[in-house]
Structure formats: structure tokens, C-alpha cells
Design a protein around this ligand. Structure first.
Ligand code: DGL
Length: 275
């Protein structure tokens, strides 16, 4: 086995959406090898119960342990929201989630200290974003909005359609008026779900110019960079390898990834989680 720093970084998501985080990680840390695992067969996680998603995330952590990763990123907001604390305690390697980096990005952006969080139903129910935002700024105003129709629309390749815009209006407009008067209640919208960056243009259009729209990909990659540097685990150079694994039919994963990213996805290997 090579040096500790030559081991790959693991990224886990419920499906293809976490590729948005992988893309940013590769941009910021080009020398690092990565292993991506998407649990496509059991996605979406957003409408599920917390205990079930915790079980799935534990299975993923065991999968990464078998592949000797030096750090694991839980790129899924829903899994981070309900499982990060538990799996971090159980893991021998550092585990980074996307919620705290997302909260930090939102607090950097908000001038009026009022943030709207768009997320899955389970992420909202968990209160994870509310806690992360309040940990960093106890006085920040937070409005959370579950957006259950957005992930299915993106997965169906219907981002950018009038149907997607109607759903976005339904979720975002309540955050943009107060007492029937159009006046943004929040000045920043945090995209608290892997799929929402793929709807960013439409969300920005609906939110208007007074509202900033941020996601967690950039700050998550930054957090990874800092942990690797402080533990002397950063890799300076050499050839980086990138592998992508998915549960469930690989063709489905690739079709969705292609529709989402408008580019040919790299080779995807089918795998299994659990027993
Ligand atoms: N990856 C999930 C998240 O970021 C969205 C898709 C799902 O519901 O599984 O919350």
C-alpha cells in the first residue's frame, strides 16, 4: 500500500446529484483521487424516514472502509442532515458533510441576516440547516422550505421547463413576500439539496436580483482542503484516479447523469450496498 495521502477521497450521495460536489472537488483539488458512490437504486432519500437514511449511510461508510479512503464526503444533504454525527463518531477516517459548509456560504452572502433554505422534506424536518446556521450566527433569521417536486423533475430531465418554473415559484414565492406585499423576506437562498444547483438559473430568475443564491459545493471542497492540509493528508501531484460506482442499473445512472450535466459521464461500475 502507498502513503496515506495517496489514498482516495470517498464521496457519497443518494444518486447522481452529488456529482455537482465531485465536480467542484476535482476543480479545487486536481491532485486527489476520488471514489464516488451513488445509491441510485434507493434514491430518493428525501421522502424517507431518518432511521432508514441513517442505515443506508452506515452501509455506505462500510463500503468506503473496504476501499481504504482517507476521508469521506457525504455529498447528500439529506444523509448529512440525519446521519453525519452518528457515522462520524463511528468512522476511523474524517467525515465531512455539506450542511455546515452550506450554512457558512449562506452567512457569507446574507447582508440582512435572513436566509431561506430550500431542501428535501427530511432535511427540513431534521432542522440540521437551522442548527448549523444558528451555531454560526445565533441571531440569523431562517425560513426553511421543503421542495418535494424538484428532485423528481431534475431526475426526469425536466429542469428548465415551464413545469419546473411553476414548482420553483410555488416554493420560492412565499419567501419573497410578507403580508401580501412583495418584499423579499430573505436576501439569500441556500440550495440545500444536491439537485438544486441544476435548477440555479430558474431559481435565480424567480428570486429576482435582490436575492443571492448559494450552494455548498465550493465551501465543502474548501473544508476538505483544510482538513487534508491540517492532517498532512493532501496530495501534491501525480496521477489522480477517479472511479464512479452506483447501485442499481448503471445505464439508468449514466442516462440521468448525461441528461443533468449535458456531457458524457465517465465509466460507472455497478455495486451493491448492505447484505
Ligand atoms: N441527494 C439528496 C439531497 O441532497 C437529494 C436526492 C434525494 O432525495 O435522495 O438531499
Amino acid at each position: 500500500m502507498g502513503e496515506a495521502k495517496d489514498r482516495p477521497i470517498g464521496l457519497f450521495d443518494s444518486g447522481v446529484g452529488g456529482l455537482t460536489v465531485l465536480r467542484e472537488l476535482r476543480r479545487q483539488l486536481p491532485g486527489e483521487s476520488t471514489i464516488y458512490l451513488g445509491d441510485e437504486a434507493r434514491m430518493p432519500y428525501g421522502p424517507r424516514e431518518a432511521a432508514e437514511v441513517l442505515g443506508f449511510t452506515r452501509e455506505a461508510m462500510r463500503w468506503f472502509a473496504d476501499r481504504d479512503c482517507k476521508l469521506v464526503v457525504i455529498a447528500c444533504n439529506t444523509a448529512t442532515a440525519v446521519a453525519l454525527e452518528a457515522v462520524r463518531d463511528e468512522s476511523a477516517v474524517p467525515v465531512i458533510g455539506v450542511v455546515r459548509p452550506g450554512a457558512a456560504a449562506a452567512l457569507t452572502a446574507t447582508a440582512r441576516r435572513a436566509v431561506g433554505v430550500l431542501a428535501t422534506a427530511l432535511t427540513v424536518r431534521s432542522g440540521a440547516y437551522l442548527r448549523a446556521l444558528r451555531d454560526l450566527d445565533p441571531l440569523v433569521d431562517v425560513a426553511q422550505q421543503p421542495c418535494p417536486r424538484l428532485v423528481p423533475l431534475v431526475e426526469a430531465g425536466r429542469a428548465g421547463t415551464p413545469e419546473a418554473e411553476a414548482a420553483i415559484r410555488e416554493y420560492v414565492e412565499p419567501l419573497l413576500s410578507e403580508g401580501g406585499v412583495v418584499r423579499p423576506v430573505v436576501d439569500t437562498l441556500l440550495l440545500g439539496c444536491t439537485h438544486y444547483p441544476l435548477l440555479r438559473e430558474q431559481i435565480e430568475h424567480v428570486a429576482g436580483r435582490e436575492v443571492r443564491v448559494v450552494d455548498s459545493a465550493t465551501t465543502t471542497a474548501l473544508a476538505v482542503r483544510e482538513v487534508l492540509a491540517s492532517h498532512r493528508l493532501a496530495r501534491a501531484g501525480g496521477r489522480a484516479d477517479h472511479e464512479i460506482f452506483a447501485t442499481g442499473p448503471v445505464e439508468r445512472f449514466q442516462t440521468i447523469a448525461r441528461a443533468i450535466f449535458h456531457e458524457d459521464p465517465p465509466a460507472v461500475t455497478e455495486t451493491r450496498l448492505g447484505s
